[in-house]
Design a protein around this ligand. Structure first.
Ligand SMILES: [Zn+2]
Length: 143
């Protein structure tokens, strides 16, 4: 289940996967809507003090609609926003996710070749990177 923190929401990717398999992928579409909301929500929560960092601002509804017409664009934006945000933030995260265009290329060229395994690993990592960034915010706020 999603966990609410002061600076954002963390999610468990494994759980998302299980529910997605059980619902034949429908849950995954909603997961995309939620993660764009999480990014926008993070932007709203830190906009007063994480000034140096690239904003994770987006329009979740628009990104959700893109999933149906040009899903690769939603993938690009998802990775681009988080990668740039972490790369420019003073809040130190353990790792970063792939850059937007690289993730896009992986999704285009490696999805079928690796039976979806490599994109899945990237997706798993993306959520972990986002979670650890949110937790790093929490830690810094406490100290
Ligand atoms: Zn942040």
């Amino acid at each position: 289940m999603p966990q609410q923190h002061k600076y954002g929401t963390t999610r468990r990717y494994r759980r998302v996967l299980v529910f997605s398999v059980l619902t034949f992928g429908i849950y995954y579409l909603f997961y995309y809507l939620w993660l764009f909301r999480d990014l926008e929500d993070h932007y709203q929560k830190v906009l007063d003090f994480e000034l140096e960092a690239y904003p994770t601002r987006n329009n979740p509804t628009t990104m959700f609609v893109f999933l149906f017409f040009l899903p690769i664009y939603s993938v690009y934006v998802k990775y681009h926003l988080l990668h740039e945000h972490i790369a420019t933030s003073k809040i130190k995260s353990k790792t970063n996710c792939l850059e937007g265009y690289k993730a896009m290329l992986v999704f285009i060229f490696l999805t079928f070749l690796t039976l979806g395994i490599v994109p899945l690993i990237l997706e798993f990592r993306w959520q972990n990177v986002f979670n650890s960034h949110i937790l790093a915010h929490e830690k810094r706020a406490k100290s």
